[in-house]
Design a protein around this ligand. Structure first.
Ligand code: C2O
Ligand code: CU
Ligand code: CU
Length: 430
């Protein structure tokens, strides 16, 4: 769709093995989409046709369009695998109002975590007809991934600690690079779109020497900007920021410590990493238009007709962990919940486990109502569209949700090791 008009967007996509040099003299075998982590850009109203080929020699895969309003049979569910060497065309329409920072990743049964930590992930930006964010702010993507390299340059398999806590790597990469440099002019404002594409790393972020304003979440823009001191981005979450580089630089995007309920020894160092450095030139930026006070309207979802409760738990079974929702581990041949299409429901996610679990639902966006912990209820501070919400250990999160399309949808913890180990359920929308 080069013309800028609403129309047909066609692309080829292949998942294939590749060799990358992260460390001098060492070859690392990875899996990539079209040789990298592509950014697909389309517009509201477009029809999307993606011709996908699974070039992974020995495993099935799927392409899941995370957060997008895609028909269930086109959404890369584990129930619709693409065999090694096989192809599949994914077709879907992007409705009006769907502009948001989405992403895509594999979702094959039992191999999701592995294919993602080996490198398979991409961005899918849906742009609106008219964008309220000034074009002068640019549009900068920051995709976080998490790399672990063995001494010989290979990517080691998951061990027991990885399966328990989710795999946390040794190097957080931004668009495939460690601590890349962003060149900005003094006084410049930038629109940054952040994607947590790691398997299991919680990113508690801070921008030293710059000010952050939150303008959007998983499902697109907020109604109004919200000033932030820091931002917690759980696995699979996205955020859109406007960052003002109004102080003498450099400005650094750094991490703060976060207690996510690490189990066992070896909690990885999470604080004090510099993920991105903005070098600020002395020459002042051209005058920047102000960020509008109102970004868009988000209609509140109406009162729910029904509520549903999901209890997250983990338990030791022998030498390994079991991760469950409502006491059951995922079974592809079992429907866990049946929901009526078009109904608004209140979902209550109760985390009875010792660690945080970011909860995700396919096929739609929801509106968080409130959080409850130790008997204390906190209302959501602003309305937003989300497809993934972190549920802190001991916390209950309530959100309003509606599914507009029929078919089977997954809901799961987005620590991908937990998802592979069973913290996932199947929702049938009728
Ligand atoms: Cu990114 Cu089933 O999800
Ligand atoms: Cu998803
Ligand atoms: Cu989890």
């Amino acid at each position: 769709n080069q013309s800028g008009e609403v129309g047909l967007f066609r692309a080829n996509l292949a998942a294939e093995p590749a060799i990358v040099r992260f460390a001098e003299g060492l070859d690392t075998r990875v899996l990539l989409y079209n040789g990298g982590n592509p950014v697909i850009e389309a517009r509201e109203g477009d029809r999307i046709e993606i011709d996908f080929r699974n070039g992974i020699p020995d495993q099935p895969t799927t392409v899941h369009w995370h957060g997008m309003p895609v028909p269930a049979d086109q959404d890369g569910n584990p129930t619709v695998p693409v065999a090694a060497g096989a192809s599949q065309r994914y077709v879907f329409d992007l409705p009006q109002g769907s502009a948001a920072p989405y992403w895509f990743h594999p979702h094959p049964h039992g191999h999701t975590a592995e294919q993602v930590y080996r490198g398979l992930a991409g961005i899918f930006l849906v742009k609106p007809e008219k964008d309220p964010i000034p074009a002068e702010y640019g549009d900068t993507i920051l995709m976080f991934t998490d790399l672990r390299l063995a001494a010989d340059g290979s990517i080691p398999e998951n061990g027991m600690m990885d399966r328990m806590n989710g795999r946390v790597g040794d190097h957080v990469l931004v668009n495939g690079e460690k601590n890349p440099v962003l060149a900005v002019a003094k006084g410049e404002k930038r629109r940054l779109r952040l994607f947590n594409a790691t398997n299991a790393r919680f990113l508690r972020l801070n921008f030293e020497n710059a000010s952050m304003v939150l303008i959007g979440t998983d499902g697109g823009l907020l109604e109004a900007p919200v000033a932030l001191d820091e931002l917690l981005l759980a696995p699979a979450e996205r955020a859109e920021l406007v960052v003002a580089f109004d102080q003498p630089g450099p400005a650094k995007l750094t991490t703060l410590d976060y207690e996510r309920g690490w189990m066992g020894p070896g909690k990885p160092e999470e604080a004090g990493m510099t993920l991105l450095t903005a070098n600020i030139s002395d020459s002042p930026a051209p005058a920047m238009p102000a960020l509008p006070a109102k970004l868009r309207e988000i209609a509140p979802l109406p009162a729910p007709v029904k509520s549903r409760r999901f209890v997250l738990s983990e338990s030791m079974s022998g030498m390994s962990m079991a991760f469950q929702i409502n006491g059951a581990s995922f079974d592809m041949n079992r429907i866990d919940e049946v929901m009526k299409r078009g109904d608004v429901e209140l979902w209550e996610i109760v985390n009875k486990a010792d660690m945080d679990h970011p909860f995700h639902v396919h096929g739609t966006q929801f509106q968080i109502v409130e959080y409850e912990k130790d008997g204390k209820v906190t209302k959501a501070p602003y309305r937003s569209w989300k497809d993934t919400v972190n549920v802190v250990s001991g916390q209950t999160v309530r959100f309003l949700i509606r599914q507009d399309m029929p078919g089977q949808r997954m809901y799961h913890c987005h620590i991908l090791e937990h998802e592979d180990l069973g913290m996932m359920g199947l929702l049938d929308v009728q």
